[in-house]
Design a protein around this ligand. Sequence first.
Ligand SMILES: [Zn+2]
Length: 422
Amino acid sequence: MLTLTGARAIVIDERTETSGDLQVVDGVVSEVPAPGAERLDVDGCVVTPGLVNAHHHLLQTAFRTLPGTRAVPMATWLPTMAAAYAQAGVDGELSSVAAAAGLAEALLCGVTTVADHHLTWPSDAERSLDIALGTVRAAELLGARLVFVRGSARDDPQVAATSAALLAESIEQSAMLQLAVGPAGVHSDGPETFRLLGEVAQRYGLRRRTQANEQVDVAIAQERYGRRPLDLLDDWGWLAPDVTLAHLCGVTDDEIARIAASGASATHAPGCDLPMGWGVAPVARLLDSGVRVGLGTSGGGSNDAGHLLADARLALQVAPLVGRPVSAREALALATSGSAAGLGRPELGHLRPGASADLCVWDVSGVADAGVADPVAGLLWASPGRRPRHVVVAGRVVVRDYVLQTADESAVVQDLRRRVGR
Ligand SMILES: [Zn+2]
């Protein structure tokens, strides 16, 4: 039980803002205070829903700024990263220490839910469970909400499907832990993988996620099939309401209309695609055509920070170049309710009564916010790289006064350093 008192502004959702107090009872936002609730002083702060990172590759947290991975075409980047994974040896321990670092960083940046699209798997289904459990346990320890996506990148289709089913049978899903499936894209996996993972999704009621229209995806779709990636996904049954498409760089108006008509959702990842030169999604055109758009950082191999608010700021800055400008509130909605919609999680990404009490408290009293007329818009426009003072997940304070409460931050760093030597 928690009572937040004295907020300068509380962003309830895209349309509603208030100020003053917010009540949390039994992990959800409540209209009435609970007797004996802990008081969290948020005097003069802005409260927002917790941020939802709809597209991360947590394993890559252990592989940031590697030589040969900056400013290179994706066709060079992919084998360079693959060689680094092979050298490190991807196992349950690496998945655990990388996820712990990535998730601790997420919480400290105000990201309360992370969708981890894991793409690096062993050739047998049994060992894949160790990798999934490494990530799952890190999330449990840190108190982060996790969506673990059993991805595939050139995996044997049958092994990928057997492994996805094993994960669904072995890992108990809850409000804190959701499973999903998703091939990396048509550039890496063929129709058989999409079909088999789609069957697993249907059998276990999992959502489907994939990536589309980055540089290499478009090139390989053309070369291998003479088609555009979205044509293939449509043919393969992957333009549907339970599917979220990450990246969507350079989609045409016709493709946007098809995505909108299909009910599929999108994840914008400008913090990866722009610096790498892999394209940019026309975010306002997607929004204006009715597509639900979330925001993701993508992984540490291409975007070395898991700082979703920084990428919301980048989305704001680049939007005018690919359509119309978006407002700070639209960009914040990408990182909250837009991402939650793509995960099929209507209880996340807003603070209406009954919502999961995932929230951030942003102190806007410092010099970086001095002179700011609109403190909610200022969250994005002012103070790049800002971090929240407090972060709450399911009613639990996981970051207090900028300090992680659920683990020793330096121990998380040391564990990763011991495993990968950096
Ligand atoms: Zn990605």
